[in-house]
Design a protein around this ligand. Structure first.
Ligand code: ADP
Ligand code: MG
Length: 363
């Protein structure tokens, strides 16, 4: 099995703990995204897989074998770095094939792999150029091609698209998924960009401060966040999260009650959680000009044009929430009414910051 398994892995530099007790299994053939804010330990985790960093404690397994002491060259990995790390004095062909020549792969085999990679990554016609005579997007494709021709079991990518402009990033994402569908290597892909994580990932491992926050499909990371950090990190603008009290079937948001459905009340009682936080995504907070049943009254503080919609910042007697609306006629100072969509609310235990879970009825 081309599987990677971290068992209680810690990584420290001197006294600084960077990865803290990581337990994570990356399945054969999947595209696993390591996502998280800058400095949370993503690159360090990837570099431990590559064998470029030692594991301080705990065990790392690849293909069923403990690799803590196995050198990088014996791990069957291909890596794409953020800065591409191309050889400046070599042309495109030599950059792509250098590793294969060092490994003494037969000439005909090298030629065949090169041809396929040039074709797939649209590098035909650029064979003899030096990196300095290529655009950022082309350099990035050369770096990808160089990794692809290795036909390694494990494909490791560290923010491979971060130097590209937005348009190129979209097409590069698609290329990457196509390559993967062809070769089905086990991919570990580091990014801090949640859109990239959502579009490329089979599963997302979200990290913060060296700890795994959630490991699940993009759908579940978005719709069923395991904790407050996940709810706030995924989505833009971020999920509204406010501290609330629970009284007589309602959560109190700035002294106003929002009545929960019977299914949510049952979920809450079963969880045993005492101190609560309430979450709702801006796209799931309905906003009205006139009073509505179970809606909370507030005042518009600020309206932000988001392109396809407007972000309306509403003050709910001391709690601020953002609602996304396709309508643009919201005026600063206007009294408005907001209602969280019942099937999209989130409740968290404030002590642990973990989700209290979701009613079965929601599926
Ligand atoms: P990410 O890739 O998520 O942005 P990194 O894994 O690169 O984060 O780094 C995680 C933390 O470890 C950062 O605070 C960084 O400063 C620290 N770090 C990384 N490499 C070293 C090193 N060689 N020596 C000391 N600290 C390091
Ligand atoms: Mg990094």
């Amino acid at each position: 099995m081309k599987e990677i398994r971290f068992e209680n892995v810690w990584k420290s530099y001197g006294k600084t703990e960077v990865v803290k007790g990581l337990n994570l299994t990356i399945k054969e053939g999947e595209r696993l995204i390591l996502l998280g804010p800058s400095g949370c330990g993503k690159s360090t985790t990837l570099r431990m897989i590559a064998g470029l960093e030692d594991v301080t404690s705990g065990d790392l397994y690849m293909s069923g074998r403990k690799v803590n002491d196995v050198p990088s060259g014996q791990r069957d990995v291909a890596m794409v770095f953020q800065n591409y790390a191309l050889y400046p004095h070599m042309n495109v062909v030599d950059n792509i094939t250098y590793g294969l020549r060092v490994q003494k792969v037969p000439k005909e085999e090298i030629a065949a792999r090169l041809e396929a990679a040039l074709e797939m990554l649209k590098l035909k016609g650029y064979e003899n150029r030096l990196p300095k005579d290529l655009s950022g997007g082309q350099r990035q494709r050369v770096a990808l091609a160089r990794a692809v021709v290795k036909k390694a079991d494990y494909f490791l990518l560290d923010e491979p698209l971060s130097n590209l402009d937005a348009q190129l990033r979209v097409s590069a994402r698609k290329e990457l998924v196509k390559i993967h569908e062809l070769y089905r290597q086990t991919i570990v892909y580091v990014t801090h960009d949640q859109i990239e994580a959502m579009t490329v990932g089979d599963r997302i491992a979200l990290m913060n401060e060296g700890k795994l926050q959630m490991l699940d499909t993009p759908e579940n990371v978005y719709h069923r966040p395991a904790n407050i950090f996940t709810a706030k990190f995924i989505g833009s603008p971020p999920t509204n999260v406010v501290d609330v009290d629970f009284e007589e079937g309602a959560v109190m948001i700035g002294r106003q009650p929002f009545h929960l459905s019977p299914a949510w009340i049952k979920q809450l009682e079963q969880s045993g959680a005492d101190r609560l936080a309430f979450g709702i995504r801006p796209e799931h907070l309905e906003i009205y000009h006139t009073p509505e049943e179970n809606a909370l009254q507030g005042t518009v503080k600020y309206v932000e044009n988001q392109g396809s919609s407007y972000g309306v910042y509403v003050d709910l007697h001391g709690h601020e929430m953002i609602a996304l609306s396709e309508e643009k006629h919201w005026a600063e100072g206007e009294m408005v009414y907001v209602r969280p969509a019942m099937s999209h609310i989130h409740l968290f235990d404030r002590e642990t910051t973990n989700s209290i879970g979701y009613p079965k009825e929601l599926g």
